[in-house]
Design a protein around this ligand. Structure first.
Ligand code: NDP
Length: 343
């Protein structure tokens, strides 16, 4: 069975590709915009079940068409992960950088699927908890977020900063998929995967040697670059989950399509904040004493001071225990240390 996996040069998609290929149940057609990065992935996997094709720019609404015209009949599953998740450069605008590629990417591949992939059974989109949160309610302990929640962020707010721009891009892209399902009377099943901040090891060790990692793991890498005594900002927190669990959640719907039909899955192992990260980092012998300590223990009760995350439905559907925040952070760091040592 063949999976069309977008953004295979990305952190999450590489973990998905690894699990798909390791299972030996799937052939994978991955998309990449950079030939150099694609070569790196091909060389790492060295697997005849993997083909990588070029999709240059998600903002182009017909970006996927040529590949669907060619491979459409062979595609059983789509996993659409590709979407911008990075800091906006000074000369980029939020509409162009986040919103257009996120929305056109999702709608473009969905329309191509309806038109050219008659045997498609399941479409999985990497959404985000960003499309569920209402930031004005996150500190209200009586508020509950669940699998039906939608982020009410407006376009005006989206244009005010990167974070809101990203949140809006994810909300609009996911909504577009559910709307198109009805509008185009799609015959395949759909699942949205809505993770919090995704941490954990990169599939390709070399990726962990870069001076900066993918956007989410860079939260940890940045703290490793702090100095003892340095003050660290603690004004931002959210949900977190390990990439290996996120990858698995993308694959479960392919194995059990009816069970995951029309579901949105909130993936959350625990709330994180920079202080909690520092506390975990300072418990790692190789790190202790080399970085900031902040104010240990002050984020131990984040959960009880924030809105409730009710994702019982997700956890029951998935049926596996999620890797703990501590383990996920430790595995992220240990890989960074290992790569630095072997350089
Ligand atoms: P990465 O940045 O590692 O991967 C993103 C992928 O999308 C890369 O393959 C990237 O290509 C591709 N891409 C981005 N923008 C474009 C564009 N304009 N045109 C073509 N390709 C593009 O991020 P993650 O793996 O972390 O994220 C994957 C998905 O998961 C995204 O949809 C993200 O929103 C979502 N997500 C991530 C979370 C996290 O904490 N990491 C949390 C919740 C959701 P290239 O390698 O060339 O840059």
């Amino acid at each position: 069975q063949t999976v069309f996996l977008t953004g295979i040069t990305g952190f999450i998609a590489q973990n998905i590709a690894k699990q798909l290929l390791d299972s030996k149940k799937f052939k994978v057609i991955g998309t990449a915009r950079s030939e150099e990065k694609a070569k790196h992935v091909t060389e790492y996997f060295k697997n005849d079940d993997l083909t990588i094709v070029s999709v240059k720019e998600l903002g182009d609404p017909t970006a996927f068409d040529e590949h669907f015209i060619k491979f459409g009949k062979d595609i059983d599953f789509i996993i659409h992960t590709a979407s911008p998740f990075a800091a906006v450069a000074a000369n980029d605008d939020i509409d162009e950088f986040f919103i257009k590629p996120a929305v056109n990417g999702a709608t473009g591949i969905f329309k191509a699927a309806v038109k050219y992939a008659p045997n498609l059974k399941h479409f999985v989109i990497t959404a985000s908890f960003a499309s569920m949160i209402d930031v004005t309610k996150d500190k209200d302990t009586t508020h509950v977020f669940n699998e039906n929640s939608w982020n009410p962020v407006s376009h005006d707010v989206a244009l005010s900063n990167d974070v809101m721009g990203y949140f809006y891009s994810k909300t609009l892209a996911e909504k577009a998929v559910w709307d198109l399902q009805k509008e185009l009377d799609a015959k395949f099943n759909i699942t949205a995967i809505n993770p919090g901040l995704v941490l954990g090891p990169q599939v390709i060790d070399n990726a962990a040697s870069a001076s900066s990692l993918n956007f989410s793991c860079e939260f940890i890498n940045n703290l490793l670059k702090t100095k003892p005594g340095e003050e660290v900002a603690t004004d931002f927190d959210g949900l977190a989950v390990d990439v290996r669990d996120v990858a698995r959640a993308h694959i479960e719907p392919l194995l059990n399509s009816e069970k995951f039909k029309d579901q949105r899955l909130i993936l959350n192992t625990a709330r994180f904040g920079n202080q909690l990260f520092l506390d975990i980092l300072n418990s790692i012998p190789e790190v202790k004493g080399k970085i900031a300590v902040g104010h240990p223990g002050t984020e131990d009760n984040l959960e009880s001071t924030r809105a409730v995350i009710d994702n019982k439905k997700t956890n029951e559907l998935l049926g596996y225990n999620l890797i703990s925040l501590k383990q996920s952070v430790e595995d992220t760091v240990n890989q960074i240390i290992k790569v630095k040592e072997t350089k």
